[in-house]
Design a protein around this ligand. Structure first.
Ligand code: ADP
Ligand code: MG
Length: 262
């Protein structure tokens, strides 16, 4: 392996993010924004969904089950409640459905923005803050020391991706990627003759995990990520991954020495 591709949310970060701010549209109250979001996030497996549900619980909001639920990996979720369509996701996802987001606060710093609409009305936005896994810094540093090229691929926004990439000292960062685009990035590396390991946790990582020379899923990852990977990390410890790669290298070295000796 000479190149290691890492997903951000749930892989380099803990993936149990919290809602750090709620920005309702004028005339809308905070509770309505959180309630609408929580209804369609209820069936979702996404790390951001957990944050929304936790916030709803803190506000003691009763959350009904959506009548319909649909998820677009890397973008957001939609559902139906009380005859109204609810749409929750990133800017692109809502703009693609005809919403104008000019009045909305810009995404601030290292937090993900999730926008909420219900019944054709823009209700507001939630800022959701995720935290780096404590071992991410050391793990990326070790990978780089081993001479591996480290690449961050994420479906999240550019600003947060850049910030995380800088904090970890990663070689390259690419943001705003859909599942197919993560896959295309892996294919491009393979075509260049690279040997690629990919680490991820989400539904949106599954195609890329299956395509990489070595696909590694986080233990806490979604079922489809775990099924698409060659290796599942027990306990989510990225430093264990580093150790495993080192052992694999040493084994290869010994095998080569044995060949040379015969
Ligand atoms: P990563 O590639 O870093 O794991 P994802 O591709 O899973 O990130 O998510 C990218 C972005 O898509 C999120 O930051 C969010 O804005 C939006 N998104 C994806 N799934 C959801 C969801 N269930 N609820 C709200 N937003 C979502
Ligand atoms: Mg992820």
């Amino acid at each position: 392996v000479d190149t290691i591709v890492l997903d951000k949310t749930g892989t380099l970060t803990l993936g149990n993010p919290v809602v750090s701010a709620v920005h309702p549209s004028p005339g809308v109250d905070e509770r309505s924004v959180v309630e609408a979001a929580a209804i369609v996030e209820r069936p979702s497996e996404h790390p951001l969904a957990k944050a929304v549900l936790q916030k709803a619980a803190e506000l003691s909001l009763p959350i009904v089950e959506p009548e319909r639920f649909d998820s677009t990996p890397g973008k957001g979720v939609t559902g139906l409640a009380g005859g109204e369509e609810i749409i929750v996701g990133n800017r692109e996802f809502l703009e693609g459905r005809g919403f104008h987001l000019n009045g909305l606060a810009a995404n601030a710093g290292a937090s993900s923005q999730v926008i909420v609409a219900r019944g054709g009305q823009l209700l507001g936005a939630l800022q959701i803050q995720d935290v780096l896994r404590p071992e991410s810094v050391a793990a990326v540093a070790e990978l780089r020391k081993m001479g591996l090229r480290t690449i961050l691929l994420t479906g999240d926004a550019e600003a947060i991706a850049r910030e995380v990439g800088e904090q970890l000292g990663m070689d390259e960062v690419e943001a705003g990627l859909l599942p197919d685009e993560k896959l295309a990035r892996i294919n491009a590396l393979l075509k260049q003759g690279k040997t690629v390991a990919m680490v991820g946790d989400g539904v949106n990582d599954a195609p890329a995990l299956a395509q990489a020379n070595v696909g590694i899923a986080m233990g806490s990852g979604t079922d489809v990520a775990r099924e698409s990977a060659n290796v599942v990390l027990l306990g989510n410890d990225l430093l264990k991954l580093v150790e495993t790669l080192k052992i694999a290298r040493r084994c290869k070295h010994i095998i080569m020495q044995n060949f040379a000796g015969t």
